[in-house]
Each structure stands twice: as C-alpha cells, then as structure tokens.
Design a protein around this ligand. Structure first.
Ligand code: IMP
Ligand code: MG
Length: 175
C-alpha cells in the first residue's frame, strides 16, 4: 500500500498551526473588508486547499474564482507565463484578493497583478499562505501572509511535487 508521507522531511507547519494561521488571516481580512464583498481569486492548483479553508473562516460576504497559469517552456526565471484557464468572471468594480498557496520568486504574482490591474478592479490585494524568504520583484507586495518559511521546497496543504502530496494535511519539507 502506498503511504502518503513516504519520503518527506521535517514538518514545517502542522495541522494545528495551519488552523491557527487561517483563523488569524480570516479575522484580519474580515476586519479590513468589513463593509465590502470580497472576491477571492485563487491561483490553481496550489491555492485550492487554503482558499477553501480561508473562505469558510471569513465572516464577510465573499465570492470566488480561479485562474490557472503555466510558465512558458518552464523558463520560470523569465517571469513569462501563459494563462491555461482564465477567470470565469470580470474583475471590474470588485474588491479582489489574489490567493496563492505559496509565493516563492513572486514572478507569478507579479504577472497576475499586472494582468488583473487592466481589468478595472475597485481594489486588489494579495494573500499567500506560505511565503519563502526571498527577494521578490519590486511591484509585488504581499498584503497577507500566513507564515514565512526558509527557501526550501515544501509540499502538502495543496502544494505538490509532480502532483503528489497535495492532500497532506500539513506542510513538510521535501528532502
Ligand atoms: P513563484 O516563484 O512565486 O512565481 O511561484 C511559482 C509557483 O511555483 C507557485 O505558485 C507554486 O506552484 C510553485 N512552487 C514554488 N515553490 C514551491 C514549493 O516549495 N513547493 C511546491 N510548489 C512550489
Ligand atoms: Mg506545483
């Protein structure tokens, strides 16, 4: 039988810590958008698990949409990406929160912010459940961060290594 956590290294964020961080973020976001309806835009697939938890922890009205992007020719360092699945709905006039499972170089977020700004949102902010301690492009600001982690490869809680480990309920290092 295949064991879910075979080959994993140390746990960086256990289930209890994740629950606490989601609650903290949701309380802060609910307060900041107290009189608004928040439009969550999840970056597939890594944000799916976190977004589902965050959505249920918010105490304000919220809607959601998803986008899927793929780096051109795997040349991630160029910051050139292609939209594989675009948003279903317009962003015009909406208070948008872009939700990422993890922010590493920040190039994905940099592209998405530039793209989304052209769609006329009322406001746009960013949220990453996990952010690697790295230098990011000047135009990328993370408004809400669950936890900062060292610049190591991690899996679980929606994050994968070749599509594996997304269903792990905690975040662990991949050695
Ligand atoms: P970026 O470097 O901030 O543009 O992140 C690009 C994407 O790489 C993220 O949305 C994740 O899908 C993926 N990624 C980066 N670091 C990790 C990691 O440690 N584990 C799993 N996926 C990662
Ligand atoms: Mg991945």
């Amino acid at each position: 039988m295949a064991i879910l956590d075979t080959g994993l290294g140390e746990t960086l964020l256990d289930e209890e810590t994740i629950r606490a961080e989601v609650s903290r973020l949701a309380a802060q976001i609910s307060a900041d958008y107290a009189d608004k309806t928040l439009h969550l835009v999840g970056v597939l697939k890594g944000a799916a698990v976190f977004l589902a938890d965050l959505l249920r922890a918010l105490s304000i009205p919220a809607t959601m949409d998803f986008i899927s992007i793929v780096p051109y020719g795997q040349v991630t360092a160029s910051g050139v990406v292609r939209i594989r699945k675009d948003l279903d709905e317009p962003l015009e006039g909406r208070d948008v929160l872009v939700v990422e499972g993890i922010c590493a170089s920040g190039l994905s977020l940099s592209y998405l912010l530039r793209n989304f700004q052209t769609r006329g949102p009322a406001s746009i902010k960013t949220c990453a459940f996990v952010a690697k301690r790295r230098v990011r492009p000047a135009d990328v600001t993370l408004d809400y961060v669950g936890r900062e982690i060292p610049d190591v490869f991690v899996v679980g809680y929606g994050l994968d290594a070749q599509e594996r480990y997304r269903n792990l309920p905690y975040i662990a290092r991949l050695p």
